[in-house]
Ligand binder design. Structure first.
Ligand code: HPA
Length: 278
């Protein structure tokens, strides 16, 4: 499987998508673990299995369907990624972030990224969404940044600013919508770790001390590439479990998926509300 992509590779996928749809999607949505049911609300959907897209990396994780769903949601033309791949599966950062590049080639200007995350902030209640105000790029600080390698000038600058990686207007809008819909919304800083292990209590106390509110294994690479390409980003974590700072409980994938089911309708309402207000 390919790990380095040229603009032509990206355009080949973008052209394949374009050839199957009559609309021009303006918003991209990436759905994380257990949130797949969000794509069921899309009207007049065109479903494109990832394996129909030339060179598109395929996910191996349970709970991640592999398809694009393109259609109308709250009057907006959206392209939804139902399932994503992760660094821990063994993929390169270029593969993890390829879908964002394809969205950029399709002219998508806003990306809404969701994920499942552990609540390091002990005031958080699992089952509630958290709007991401900033991230800690722990993975990239110490190693693989998706922009490492020759800069793709067509998309953006060599040294991109990250002072507003999560668009403040979109964060404000999300707060407002949550209030109107009476959805409890946490907010805070997300950290992406490489995974696939969940954290040790010492990891979690380290992250808490670093100012982190929620921990997961995705999103940050995509958000970096989205920012590089000039897209506006909204990030929403579904808090699926409490982080046990002193090892007083265990974290399991089953729990993450189960809480994901409770979260999915709330995340859907929130995202629909945001789309209506855009
Ligand atoms: N840690 C890392 N990733 C996660 C978690 C967690 O506790 N919950 C959901 N994804």
């Amino acid at each position: 499987m390919k790990t380095k992509y040229t603009i032509e590779d990206m355009d080949r996928i973008a052209d394949e998508i374009r050839s199957r749809i009559a609309i021009k999607p303006e918003i991209g949505l990436i759905l994380g673990s257990g949130l797949g049911q969000l794509s069921e609300s899309i009207q007049d959907p065109t479903v494109i299995p990832y394996h129909d897209l030339p060179g598109w990396p395929l996910s191996t994780v349970e709970g991640h369907a592999g398809e694009l769903v393109i259609g109308k949601l709250e009057g907006k033309d959206v392209l939804v990624m139902n399932g994503r791949i992760h660094f821990y599966e063994g993929y390169e950062m270029s593969q993890v972030t390829l879908p964002i590049r394809v969205m950029q080639r399709l002219g998508i200007e806003i990306v809404i990224v969701t994920n499942a995350a552990g609540g390091i902030n002990q005031d958080f209640t699992p089952g509630n969404p958290m709007v991401i105000t900033d991230h800690l790029n722990l993975l990239g600080m110490a190693g693989p940044n998706p922009l490492r390698g020759p800069n793709l000038e067509e998309f953006g600058t060599r040294f991109p600013d990250m002072s507003q990686a999560y668009d403040r207007k979109l964060v404000d809008l999300t707060r407002k919508v949550a209030k109107e819909l009476d959805i409890t919304l946490h907010e805070g800083i997300y950290v992406c770790l490489a995974g696939p292990t969940f954290e040790t209590p010492a990891d979690l106390r380290f992250l808490l001390n670093a100012g982190v509110d929620a921990v997961g294994m995705s999103t940050v690479p995509e958000v970096i590439v989205a920012n590089h390409g000039g897209q506006r980003v909204l990030g929403i974590s579904g808090i699926t479990n409490k982080s046990f700072l002193y090892g007083e409980g265990e974290t399991t994938h089953v729990e993450v998926m189960e809480t994901g089911k409770i979260l999915a309708p709330k995340m859907m309402e929130l995202i629909k509300g945001v789309l209506r207000s855009l």
